[in-house]
Design a protein around this ligand. Structure first.
Ligand code: NAP
Length: 514
């Protein structure tokens, strides 16, 4: 284990964005105003791979001054990008798609090293980024606005309105560690395509793939200053949220940070994609083998570090033992280990703090009466795939986001009991139900207070072809190929009075008596 090199092996196209320090560690720069720059304080922070804790790179710690310069640049260029014809904006992203495809392997390798992703998860993320880019290029052309005739009301008679979509101006994008390339691209692409300038900050756990993606857009011909990429911790995000010139914050991350951002954002437009507690409801008429396979994948994929992960399974009492047997059969195929080995399906968690948090949740459940049927231990950042059964409702793991590879099972009498439990969850992102009965599917789908319900499969946000987003404490707004463009544009109603031209005057069937 751990014999292979931790070298990012970047090709010469990325030469301008990093240099080596005296110890041979790559030191990256940020992208502000069209130049690759150091922090004004010259300070750097380390990016350590969760594979073995070694430092793989250093990245600038942006200061308040750096963020201000990044916003200056975006603000100065917001008119420039909106005036570039759509057809030319599309060409830039077409070239970006081609460059990203050519450098796919470097992105995959970077995601494995900086985020601890398995080969197939890293490949899946790059593929999803390419597909998202491609589909957004098609979708953006369908977003026009609408025409409203005024003759339905006396007050607007003789008038028509065109409701048009305009860019917001400067969008601040803040992204989490679990999909560092995809989530950032899913904000940058619709924002710029719909005519906005952007300042983006990725997670300080794994900021390198975003810097590489920024370089791809520069190479593709994005005008200088339209995209600005800064690196640093939560304070850097706050400088961005506090800047009055930023018209919108598009944030994906935890509910706690989302609430903090909402408290600072004043009248900014907010799009918040926050935490989740994906509930699976397995009913007694379900295909139990299929349900178990989906539930295990939903809980363990990306090491359980997904907002839409299945992190609580309620199963009907009469099929509970059979379901759990299938779960245990399935978990055997999920091997944890060095993510550089292609057969491995579960890599490390992002850092030791995450491991400790997951372990605390598991131990708390066991202390309160849950049974551990598999796993329950860890080594470094590698948490074993774990199955907890008969989890009592006072265990914290029933209510808190797990964000680790734990299959959590609890029994219910029927769907009504599962729905009663669901109503008490603070999160409302995703849920799924397994049943063959249409009426039960519909009853559960209508009864759940979540942004997305999946019937007979695990929740998968995928490339955002279907819209997703949260209810309750899981967020505000909708993410998705067309939906993100809607979020990143604002409506303007243009009213035309046609009466001076003698047009549009109402000719009433029964004219009002004077
Ligand atoms: P996080 O701790 O909330 O961090 C998210 C981003 O916010 C990071 O870039 C972080 O910077 C930054 N940040 C931290 N404090 C900030 C502040 N006070 N002001 C502004 N920005 C601040 O989340 P995470 O641990 O990276 O990601 C996991 C969470 O994201 C989970 O809760 C997961 O459910 C959620 N998520 C939701 C979705 C969805 O679609 N709903 C998708 C993916 C993930 P640093 O990294 O430098 O601290």
């Amino acid at each position: 284990m751990f014999k292979e090199s931790l070298d990012l092996k970047l090709s010469s196209v990325f030469d301008s964005i990093w240099c080596q320090d005296v110890d041979g560690i790559p030191c990256f720069r940020m992208y502000i105003g069209g130049s690759w720059v150091e922090s004004s304080s010259k300070e750097l922070f380390t990016v350590d791979t969760p594979i073995n804790g070694k430092t793989i790179a250093k990245v600038p710690s942006a200061t308040a001054y750096d963020v201000e310069r990044a916003v200056d640049s975006a603000y100065a260029n917001k008119e420039r990008i909106r005036e570039i014809p759509g057809i030319d904006r599309i060409q830039i992203f077409r070239r970006a798609e081609q460059i990203l495809r050519e450098h796919k392997d470097e992105f995959v390798r970077t995601l494995i090293l900086e985020a601890g992703k398995t080969q197939s998860d890293a490949e899946g993320e790059v593929k999803a980024t390419l597909e998202r880019l491609h589909l957004t290029l098609e979708e953006v052309r369908k977003i026009f606005g609408e025409y409203i005739p005024g003759d339905w009301s006396e007050g607007t008679s003789g008038k028509i309105a065109l409701v048009i979509r305009e860019p917001i101006g400067v969008i601040g994008a803040i992204t989490p560690f679990n999909y560092p390339l995809y989530t950032a691209s899913a904000k940058i692409i619709p924002a710029i395509l719909s005519g906005n300038a952007v300042v983006v900050k990725g997670s300080s756990e794994d900021p390198i793939s975003l810097l590489l993606f920024t370089k791809v857009l520069e190479e593709a011909g994005l005008p200088k200053g339209v995209l600005n990429t800064v690196t640093g911790g939560g304070a850097v995000g706050e400088y961005l949220v506090r800047d009055e010139r930023v018209g919108m914050i598009s944030f994906t991350g935890s509910t706690a940070v989302g609430k903090r951002i909402a408290s600072l954002a004043q009248l900014k437009h907010l799009h918040l994609e926050l935490g989740g507690k994906g509930l699976a409801i397995v009913l007694d008429d379900a295909d139990l083998k299929h349900a178990a396979k989906c539930c295990v994948e939903g809980a363990l994929k990306n090491s359980g570090q997904r907002c839409d992960a299945i992190s609580l399974i309620t199963v009907q009492k009469d099929v509970h033992s059979e379901f759990v047997k299938y779960v245990l059969d399935e978990v055997r195929y999920w091997v944890v280990g060095d993510p550089r080995i292609p057969e491995i399906r579960i890599g490390p968690l992002i850092n030791r703090a995450s491991v400790e948090r997951v372990h605390y949740l598991v131990e708390d459940a066991v202390q309160k009466g849950a049974k551990i049927l598999a796993g329950g231990g860890f080594n470094g950042c590698f948490y074993q795939p774990t199955v907890l059964d008969d989890v009592p409702l006072d265990a914290r793991i029933v209510w808190e986001e797990t964000f680790g590879p734990v299959v959590t099972v609890t029994k219910v009498v029927d769907e009504d009991e599962a729905l009663t439990l669901a109503k008490k969850l603070r999160y409302g992102l995703d849920a799924c139900v397994f049943t063959k009965n249409f009426y039960r599917m519909w009853k559960v789908a209508k009864g759940l207070e979540v942004g997305e319900v999946t019937i007979n499969d695990l929740p998968r946000h995928g490339v955002g072809y279907f819209p997703f987003g949260g209810w309750k404490e899981s967020g505000l707004g909708r993410e998705g190929i067309g939906y993100s463009i809607d979020e990143m544009t604002k409506l303007k109603t243009v009213v035309f009075n046609l009466e001076p031209a003698g047009l549009g005057k109402l000719k009433h069937l029964h004219p009002p008596t004077p």
